[in-house]
Design a protein around this ligand. Sequence first.
Ligand SMILES: Cc1cc2nc3c(=O)[nH]c(=O)nc-3n(C[C@H](O)[C@H](O)[C@H](O)COP(=O)(O)O)c2cc1C
Length: 190
Amino acid sequence: MKTISVLGICGSLRKKSANRALLEYAITNLPDGVEMAIADISDIPFYNPDVSAIPPSVTAFYQALAKADALMLSGPEYNYSISPALKNALDWASVSVDKTLVLQKPTALLGAGGSLGTARAQYHLRQVAVYLQLDVLHRPEIFCNAFQGTFDDQNCLIDNRIQKQISEQLVSLKAKVVLRRQIEQLGSST
Ligand SMILES: Cc1cc2nc3c(=O)[nH]c(=O)nc-3n(C[C@H](O)[C@H](O)[C@H](O)COP(=O)(O)O)c2cc1C
């Protein structure tokens, strides 16, 4: 089986981000045949339709998206919604001339934040994903409370329940990519 590439996108730009730590945990617990990288969106400017030149940071982001078979979006909740960094990155993805960057891409959502574990932000994100036509996993949903001894002082995820959910999500994401490849193969052979 051809290796499955997952691209993690972290909605927080903070070095010690809990959301980044979730993606880093995923990287160290991948199912067989899956590889994963985290996109660098830290230098992506706010999308401005008046600026026609594509910034190098956006070109690099587009290249990472093009290489990815699946996405894992992990972001904080800011004022009950998606962080601007994540929304901006998705806005840039949506205006690319290459419509295949996100179209039907299997996508997992997760997040670490306050008491509702980013649930409100994730439901906004699901709505954005509808317009982008991302193929979002329904389950497992991962709503991680970042403030309950969930991470150790090295910012590593130590909560067994969330660890298990991330592993389950990766298995489901892999299965979605495999199914998608089978459907594409059927389509090309008929
Ligand atoms: C501007 C701002 C707004 C926030 N609003 C919320 C919120 O609505 N709900 C919530 O659960 N946490 C909220 N938080 C707390 C963040 O979710 C929390 O700090 C989280 O750990 C940040 O993620 P990170 O560690 O990946 O940077 C807010 C934080 C900031 C800076």
